[in-house]
Design a protein around this ligand. Structure first.
Ligand SMILES: Nc1nc2c(c(=O)[nH]1)N[C@H]1C(S)=C(S)[C@@H](COP(=O)(O)OP(=O)(O)OC[C@H]3O[C@@H](n4cnc5c(=O)[nH]c(N)nc54)[C@H](O)[C@@H]3O)O[C@H]1N2
Ligand SMILES: Nc1nc2c(c(=O)[nH]1)N[C@H]1C(S)=C(S)[C@@H](COP(=O)(O)OP(=O)(O)OC[C@H]3O[C@@H](n4cnc5c(=O)[nH]c(N)nc54)[C@H](O)[C@@H]3O)O[C@H]1N2
Ligand code: SF4
Ligand SMILES: [Mo]
Length: 670
């Protein structure tokens, strides 16, 4: 190697939050590898990040601010300078505020970068402005709500403890795509005899990591968990001692709820046969240390929070919580590791402003009044692609009276609708501090290369905007590194005794592990099967939005191995690995419709129509179709991508997205 090696962090919305080694030559990143010293990465990267330098130095990178010169959506722009861009933005915002008040301005951001400073740097600015706030609930608030209803703030076990398990259930997670480093521990467990079950709605690539894969009817996992608990109780496989000491409400649950879920009924609800349900329950009951790794897919339904709540109840019945190698891993919450309020600055808000749910952007842009949204500022998110009800979102973005600014690395589907596009730095060009939602690591990154073109980081742009808007708080004039230093100067129990030298050197270091053992971090100190703070006191099976629906096929909007949400589509090689934008369908469903493999088909429902290339495969059960990836419109066979088929309905708790709770019919494309 002839370049310099610089440590960095994978900025994407992935539970692994890998440590990177970046080889830099003449100010360019030439090679990116996994950091062998990072405790979770252990030197390997996923297929998406193997050539991150191709994203960072892509010829498609935006390098100059742009001003729209054609109709919205046409992608016609001319370059302008930063001064002009900032002047135009603030002048137009002044007009919007004069006419409609500051709440007519809506920020829209999510997780293009996960670094705490860059990700949250718009909050202080928009709080100070008095803009509408965004409820950032597109990902997994229902999962959090479900977990919290039972376990409160109880932390997740260390992900590596899965290696000590003798039964691993990968439940609604395509870990090969979405958390590949977690499988390291799973392989360790297998080496010493653990069995691995995968529960999904179709045969994902993660099937290869499992001894046994079972496919449930979409959204029915809560019923499966109830069926398992019914059998554990019937067969005397309960940990009575643990229940007596550490569980709230079990007796009532056992007498009122569990009798409602005999295997025959659960078979009807889940589509699994009685013997499969019996096998799973018996394996779970027999295991010494059963470990559930719960994904987010099954929480993106009208019953998503209740499903997670029900599954979170299961380990309590066999005393798996607090036992090494056992329990349930939903995700790590290390928010407490940093004083994040120092970044988000809610105190800059004069009064609590309106909150708009990000899943309902289509509604917000087309129907909201009092005030209507007149100014939209999008940063590190691509709502034209990733947000439910694409047709409503695009109708909104096409409004001539809407002033849209998009801060992006690429000319995304959303950026095409902007009045002004601002070029964004990539993670290798900016400073940040990262925590993770899948590991207990934190890591600091400093720029590895100079900014590409005239691109600027989120933090820098908000500093410019704050200055131009006349916000005189010194907060807006500090550097991102200054703010990171400040965060690190505020002590937190999570960071006590950590490897501060390693952290300063840019290494991934582990936080102090919180105890998972009882008493649990719930109001009662127990696992709360009974929870009176919830609208429903006990877990039970509730139907999905689309339990019965007008259209016959249930649509899975699943992740792909070769992209992350709508990111990585700039890399042609990764696109090629996905092939074309496919819809996977069972041979029986294809035959019934006279459809053949490889042809163009149109999937449709009340919300829209999307053209896919049909992939006929037995890996998908009859009655289900699967569309992996969130494609950019430029690469689709038609004019829309999958989220044109996804509704703006929300989850039972947490106001989350319901990406998986939709139905379609499919016909040959004309
Ligand atoms: N390669 C890749 N990695 C990613 C992402 C990506 O798009 N691609 N996205 C990132 C993001 S933002 C997130 S939030 C995480 C999410 O990663 P996960 O936690 O894995 O959740 P999902 O990706 O939503 O869905 C996982 C699986 O749930 C299955 N599923 C859907 N409905 C049901 C159901 O009713 N029951 C069961 N048992 N299974 C069901 C889907 O088929 C899918 O295989 O991954 C991150 N990592
Ligand atoms: N059909 C379907 N839709 C989905 C999902 C799905 O599985 N299926 N997953 C859903 C989930 S779980 C999530 S979390 C959302 C994710 O939604 P998003 O967070 O919007 O999606 P990403 O594609 O991860 O990132 C958006 C953009 O951020 C830009 N970006 C990256 N770094 C920076 C930066 O430092 N500054 C700026 N200004 N821009 C930057 C990237 O170029 C990228 O275009 O998508 C949701 N949508
Ligand atoms: S596994 Fe996740 S964190 Fe690691 S390199 Fe891939 S996307 Fe980044
Ligand atoms: Mo997500």
């Amino acid at each position: 190697m002839s370049g310099t090696i610089v440590r960095s962090v994978c900025p994407y919305d992935c539970p692994d939050t890998c440590g990177l080694l970046v080889e830099v030559k003449d100010g360019r990143a030439v090679k990116v590898t996994g950091d062998p010293e990072h405790p979770f990465t252990r030197g390997t990267l996923c297929p998406k990040m193997l050539h991150y330098e191709r994203t960072v130095h892509s010829p498609l990178r935006l390098t100059m601010p742009l001003l729209r010169s054609g109709p919205k959506g046409s992608g016609q722009f001319r370059t302008i300078g930063w001064d002009e861009a900032i002047e135009r933005i603030t002048a137009r915002w002044d007009e919007v505020i004069a006419g409609h008040g500051p709440e007519a301005i809506l920020p829209y951001s999510y997780a293009g970068t996960m670094g705490l400073v860059q990700r949250n740097s718009g909050h202080p600015f928009f709080h100070r402005l008095g803009a509408s706030r965004l409820a950032r609930t597109i990902c997994s608030p229902a999962k959090d709500a479900g977990w919290q209803a039972v376990m409160g703030e109880t932390p997740a076990p260390h992900p590596d403890t899965v290696a000590k398990s003798d039964l691993v259930i990968l439940w609604g997670i395509n870990a090969t795509a979405t958390s590949i480093h977690f499988l390291h521990g799973v392989r360790e467990a297998k080496k010493v005899g653990a069995r691995v079950w995968l529960i999904d709605t179709y045969e994902t690539p993660t099937t290869a990591a499992a001894d046994r894969t079972i496919l449930v009817r979409p959204g029915s996992d809560g019923a499966l968990a109830l069926g398992m608990m019914h059998l554990l109780a019937r067969d005397g496989q309960l940990d009575r001692e643990f229940i007596a000491a550490h569980v709230q409400g079990f007796e009532e649950f056992a007498s009122h709820i569990l009798p409602l879920y005999p295997p025959e009924r659960v078979s009807l609800l889940t589509g699994l046969t009685v013997p499969v349900i019996e096998d799973l329950a018996a394996a779970y009951g027999r295991a010494k240390a059963p470990f559930i790794r719960l994904g987010s897919g099954l929480s993106r339904y009208g019953n998503g929070a209740m499903t997670v709540r029900t599954i979170a109840t299961l380990p309590a019945l066999v005393g798996a919580y607090g036992k090494e190698g056992a329990g349930c891993f939903c995700g790590v919450s290390t928010g407490g590791a940093f004083a994040l309020a120092e970044v988000t600055r809610e105190d800059f808000m004069e009064r609590p402003t309106r909150i708009v749910n990000m899943n309902r952007l289509g509604h917000a842009l087309t129907e909201l009044s009092d005030p209507p949204v007149m100014g939209l500022y999008v940063y590190h998110s691509n709502p034209a692609a990733v947000t439910p009800d694409q047709n409503a979102v695009l109708r909104g973005l096409a409004r001539d009276d809407l002033f849209t600014v998009v801060h992006e690395r690429f000319m995304t589907d959303t950026a095409r609708y902007a009045d002004i596009v601002l070029p964004a730095t990539s993670s290798l060009e900016q400073s940040d501090i990262y925590r993770s939602y899948g590991t207990y690591c934190i890591q600091r990154a400093r720029p590895a290369i100079p900014a590409v073109g005239e691109s600027r980081s989120n933090w820098e742009v908000f500093s410019l905007l704050a200055n131009a808007m006349g916000f005189h708080e010194p907060f807006f004039r500090q550097s991102a590194d200054g703010l990171i230093d400040r965060l690190l100067a505020i002590p937190r129990p999570f960071r006590e005794g950590i490897d501060a030298v390693g952290l300063a050197e840019g290494k991934g270091v582990e936080l102090r592990l919180p105890a998972v053992a009882p008493p649990f971090a719930t109001p009662s100190g127990k696992v709360e099967i009974l929870n009176h703070r919830e609208p429903e006191p006990f877990p039970r099976y509730i139907p999905t939005h689309e339990e019965e629906g007008e259209f016959p096929l249930r649509l899975m909007t699943a992740p792909t191995l070769f992209a992350l949400n709508a990111s990585f589509y700039e890399q042609e090689e990764l696109r090629d690995k996905q092939g074309r934008m496919e819809l996977q369908m069972n041979p029986v469903d294809a035959a019934a419709r006279g459809l053949t493999n490889g042809e163009e088909v149109t999937a449709f429902n009340r919300l829209g129509e999307v053209v896919f290339i049909l992939a006929v495969t037995p890996k998908v059960p009859a009655g289900v179709v699967v569309a992996e990836g969130v494609w950019w419109l430029a690469h689709t066979p038609g004019s829309r991508s999958v989220n044109a088929l996804v509704s703006q309905r929300l989850t039972d708790r947490g106001e989350g997205s319901t990406f998986y709770d939709n139905r379609v019919e499919v016909r040959e494309s004309l």
